[in-house]
Design a protein around this ligand. Structure first.
Ligand code: HMH
Length: 201
């Protein structure tokens, strides 16, 4: 799938935000804006994924349920990061965040195997983006290692396998390109949003 959308995938996974994490040129305020908005995103992703567990094929339940528990832990991780930097978790939701949450809500209404494939895309884009940033400038290393641990890579692979399996068993001739392009565009807009906040937040 990333191969068929090479240009867009690179814009999402080698975005200037991620390049700034890598070389240390990312401003603290852009990072702070991203952290607070991503906390909201993960909170919504948890709800999306919990509903997906409930409607997924039997063979996909284990990986989705384990991932759901991991998202609960991840919210705690965000709270610790945000607390350490003294940021406000109640900062307003920005438009690119709202647009991405709306996309998750739409994916909540598509067949479960397609929604699973899109969940894989959401996670894979982070694996690739943070891997591109690795090891990252010292200030951002904690984040980089969070999304580049071998366990996260294994999870992303398991999601892919589970999505492939349920697509082949349950959906004939799915259009994955349209929702995939939407996910990747939402990722680019999310990074753009954080970078645009570099002076103001
Ligand atoms: C915007 N995309 C965004 N945030 C995340 N935390 C992930 C993907 C991966 O969970």
């Amino acid at each position: 799938m990333p191969e068929r959308h090479r240009g867009a995938w690179e814009r999402a996974t080698r975005h200037p935000f991620v390049a700034g994490v890598r070389d240390g040129t990312l401003t603290e305020s852009a990072f702070a804006a991203w952290l607070v908005q991503d906390y909201r995103f993960v909170g919504h992703l948890l709800r999306f994924q919990a509903r997906l567990v409930a409607r997924a094929p039997r063979s996909a339940q284990a990986v989705l349920a384990a991932g759901t528990v991991a998202l609960v832990d991840e919210l705690g991780w965000f709270e610790r990061q945000v607390g350490a930097l003294g940021l406000d978790l109640d900062a307003p939701e920005l438009p690119a965040t709202t647009a991405y949450l709306d996309l998750l809500d739409r994916l909540d209404g598509v067949e479960a195997p397609i929604a699973m494939a899109m969940l894989w895309a959401v996670e894979r884009v982070y694996l690739d983006a943070w891997s591109y940033a690795a090891p990252g400038a010292p200030a951002f290393r904690d984040c980089v290692s969070h999304w580049t641990t071998p366990a996260f890579a294994v999870y992303v692979r398991q999601l892919q396998d589970a999505a492939d399996r349920s697509l082949s068993e349950h959906v004939a001739g799915p259009d994955l390109d349209t929702p995939f392009a939407e996910v990747v565009a939402a990722e680019v807009a999310f990074w753009d949003m954080a970078l645009a906040r570099r002076e103001s937040s």
